[in-house]
Design a protein around this ligand. Structure first.
Ligand SMILES: *Cc1c(COP(=O)(O)O)cnc(C)c1O
Length: 405
């Protein structure tokens, strides 16, 4: 109960000025803006690059077994009393084996295969990115002796990077793409960043960089290179084969996109074992829960299912890209599960206002896509590749917009 005789000044029940109690850089932070996650049904959700198909049926079985809901043993849910395996060892071994299989199928490696010690698993790859910033990006970078420890990334790319650097009170170095979206190799090489985050294929453009380009960058840039390969399963090439020869390379992957497990929150990185040992020092000891470890392990156990899903998404993507091109809309060649397309209205105009109008028109009709307001991205929409049926509805709705606007 509130006291009847409180004074207007500070009392036990008056909240203090929390912002002034917080660390100044925390009070000044701008949080990451996630894409909208509507809770009511009826939306065509093409805004956060989730998979339009369910995960392998083996995943639900594994989660049920972990819960004891398959009736195999004990009370349902009894296993949840116990902490998960703290190092995700079984999952890490399966991840290493998965990549070794892929590498040898591609005729790469053999002698220097990935081992458990080269894998760190996180609560989503966002957790891994955060650990990397915590380990390698100095607080107050740029303000004195630690001025070399800045974190670099390109614009546009994944907008979580600057948020993580901000939380660490570090310094960001931004390297801008031009409209060609070609890799700005020289600028990255001379950026002075201690750690550089390169998204490949890039988000939000979908443009992929080849292994040869990544290798050229590793030769020119002498810091730690993090290649965020959230969309690599949809791409022609990836950088995993370079790990054996480049100890400064760190490859980040996720189960959220190609494995249709965004809700389960598992990501990982592949790196030199000494990098993994550093990440292990700063990560939460139980950072990946029981159900998530079981789900990711089961997903890795069903490669045929996922090869089929990925092929289907890529086919839908390429068909949509062709349709946009025939319509005269510019679209970057995508190696991811989304398209970055520049809408053109009924009068043939493009630009930020046109993209915003198309976005609004779609949203009023319960189709969610993504629009990023910064100058280089504002004339575009980022559209996640859905099912063929969802893409057809999107297409018809855009035709309606063309004739309406
Ligand atoms: C989606 C995405 C991630 C986040 O993955 P989670 O594993 O869900 O945390 C990381 N990087 C990029 C570039 C992404 O698009």
């Amino acid at each position: 109960m509130p006291s009847p005789n409180t004074t207007p000044s500070a009392t036990a029940s008056t909240p203090p000025d929390f912002d002034s109690l917080a660390l100044p850089h925390v009070a000044a932070l701008h949080a990451y803006t996630p894409g909208l996650q509507p809770t009511e049904p009826g939306w065509i959700k093409l805004n956060t690059n989730e998979c339009p198909y369910p995960p392998s049926p083996a995943v639900a079985k594994a989660v049920a077994a972990e819960l004891g809901a398959d009736g195999a043993a004990g009370e349902v849910g009894a296993a949840l009393r116990l902490y998960p395996e703290p190092t995700s060892a079984v999952l890490r071994a399966a991840i290493a084996a998965h990549h070794n299989t892929t590498l040898s199928a591609a005729g790469i490696n053999g002698t220097s295969a990935l081992r458990v010690a080269n894998v760190c698993v996180g609560n989503g790859s966002d957790d891994i990115l955060n650990l990397l910033v915590r380990c390698f990006c100095a607080e107050g970078a740029g303000q004195g002796s630690e001025s070399g420890r800045a974190a670099g990334f390109t614009l546009p790319s994944y907008s979580l990077y600057p948020v993580l650097v901000g939380i660490a009170n570090g310094q960001s170095i931004e390297i801008k793409f031009d409209r060609s979206m070609r890799l700005p190799l020289e600028q990255i090489a001379s950026s002075g960043a201690a750690i550089f985050f390169l998204t490949s294929p890039n988000a939000p453009t979908g443009v992929g960089f080849s292994a040869a380009q990544i290798e050229a960058l590793l030769a020119a840039y002498d810091g730690l290179l993090v290649v965020d390969e959230a969309y690599a399963p949809f791409a022609r090439e990836d950088a995993v084969g370079l790990l054996a020869r480049y100890p400064r390379l760190i490859v980040v992957r996720t189960f959220s996109k190609a494995y249709a497990l965004a809700g389960i929150r598992v990501g990982y990185c592949l790196a030199h074992e000494r990098v993994i040992a550093l990440l292990d020092r700063v990560r939460d000891s139980y950072n990946v829960n029981r159900l998530s470890q079981a789900a990711a392990l089961a997903a890795l156990g069903d490669p045929q299912y996922y090869a089929h899903v990925i092929a289907r998404v890529c086919a839908t993507r390429d068909a949509a890209l062709t349709r946009f091109a025939e319509q005269g809309w510019f679209c970057y060649p995508s190696q991811a599960n989304f398209l970055f397309v520049e809408p053109r209205n009924g009068r043939g105009e493009t630009g930020a206002a046109v993209a915003q109008a198309a976005y609004d028109f779609l949203r009023e009709r319960r189709i969610l896509v993504r629009h990023f307001p910064s100058p280089l991205t504002a004339p575009f929409l980022r559209i996640t590749v859905g099912t063929d049926e969802q893409m057809l509805t999107l297409w018809h709705t855009l035709q309606e917009w063309l004739h309406h606007a």
